[in-house]
Design a protein around this ligand. Structure first.
Ligand code: FMN
Length: 196
């Protein structure tokens, strides 16, 4: 799943965004086989590494998980369960805590806006939307389900990581896990209102 979030030239949907990855992932790993529960960082562009190391909490572990493929820049920042804080950050929504993992997408923010102009604010959200679409598809392919989470407390997320100022900015959250059918809702086939 992480591999498919990496931009590659000529590979959809990433060929739609003609810029390097400005968004990176902080992953709350709850229940993933082969990975200890904890807080992880996934750098979608290695060029961000030194600036992130200088900005994140000094007590972050920066450990590479065993057997992690070399090209996946996944780092364990903090051991231990992060379900409660994941739920709190996502406006107390249980779906952020009760699945396999949830994540926050944060942007290399102020430098990008300063370099390109304020209109890039929207483009950073486009990147988060494409990431969300990829994750929706990857979750289905892995036999689980997922939900984009647009209700989150960015300040709480920044505090957890030790981020201050606007160099980096939380933009969107996402959660992946086994589905629980909500029987209060009626599900119709797509375009059920159209005559065939
Ligand atoms: C930008 C965005 C933000 C969302 N935020 C949340 C959220 O905070 N909590 C939640 O349960 N679902 C959230 N969703 C998921 C929607 O509730 C819904 O599951 C999804 O849009 C599919 O529903 P539909 O098939 O009825 O369109 C979000 C979806 C999008 C696109």
């Amino acid at each position: 799943m992480l591999d498919h979030t990496l931009p590659r030239a000529g590979v959809p949907p990433w060929d739609m965004l003609p810029w390097p990855a400005y968004l990176h992932l902080v992953i709350f790993v709850h229940r993933v086989n082969g990975l200890t529960a904890g807080l992880y960082l996934f750098e979608r562009d290695p060029a961000i590494h030194d600036r992130l190391r200088a900005s994140l909490h000094p007590n972050c572990l920066w450990e590479r998980p065993a057997d992690c493929p070399e090209h996946l820049r996944l780092f364990l920042l903090q051991h231990g369960e992060s379900r409660r804080v994941a739920q709190a950050i996502s406006c107390q929504q249980e779906i952020a805590a009760d699945g396999a993992f949830s994540l926050g997408m944060f942007a290399d923010f102020a430098p990008t806006i300063r370099a390109h102009g304020a209109w890039w604010y929207r483009r950073l959200f486009w990147e988060s939307g494409v990431l969300g679409q990829v994750l929706y598809l990857e979750a289905e392919a892995a036999g689980v389900r997922s939900t984009g989470i647009g209700c989150y407390f960015d300040d709480l997320f920044h505090d957890l990581l030790g981020l201050s100022g606007d160099e980096f900015q939380d933009l969107y959250h996402f959660t992946v896990g086994a589905p629980v059918e909500d029987r209060r809702l009626t599900t119709l086939p797509p375009y059920a209102h159209l005559r065939r």
